[in-house]
Design a protein around this ligand. Sequence first.
Ligand code: PAF
Length: 285
Amino acid sequence: METVTSIAQVRDRIHAWRAAHERVALVPTMGNLHAGHQSLLAAAHARAQRVVASIFINPLQFGPNEDFTRYPRTPREDERLLTEAGCDLLFAPPVAEIYPQADQPTRIHVRGLSETLCGQFRPGHFDGVATVVAKLLIIIGPDVAVFGEKDYQQLLIIRRMAGDLALPMQIVGAPVVRAPDGLALSSRNQYLSPAERARAPAIHRALREAAAALESGATDYAALERAGTVALTQAEMRVDYFAVRDAADLAPPRSDSARLAVLAAAWLGRARLIDNVRVMPPVRG
Ligand code: PAF
């Protein structure tokens, strides 16, 4: 696998593949790769001849008091994992390559979807995500780009952004990868102490309980949200939200919602954990 750091280099390599009529898939990441990322790479390989990964810890998507400086950086291990996964090219640009106007970068804001749920607790976060992903999609111009469904709100925002800007690539979501006890894999799980790690599966358990109730026809969403919040609080988490939403647009459920999402974000020690499950409620007559 080759690693390049400049926009000119990455465009040059992709130009050669395009000339040979090869399909290109992109897996954008912030590094510190784990089995969740491996599943994104597998999904990319299934859809294209060439797979490009990017590693860029995007300062624009971290708030002033967030974990940008201590976000885990493991470049050697990441290169090894990408090579093993058969990745063709790694794009690992420095910040100045992506944001030449460091103080005043042009930003993309996806209205509505960016303000709810995590957007309420992390102001500006999704503008940072939408901006960097748009830029990576424009630089690389893949046929398909793959994102994890663990960050479900992020996935919907990226889909909306790509649609609104008429970016021609397909945006694919790959299922959440979980530890055997149900905890969704995330680089931020490393912030958990052993005692916190033991309590962390409560988040998936609470989501599944709400999902099971919805599948059996429960419609008192506020009661499910309260029960989920109580379960996470009992596991000593500080809950940002536990919410039942329409899976298509994250609006409150409607009587004709075909799919619902139950989403949660909660602090456990220094780690902010997010997770979600999607369900099909029974058709209402
Ligand atoms: O999900 C992530 O790792 C990041 O938000 C992404 C999509 C790579 C943008 O920086």
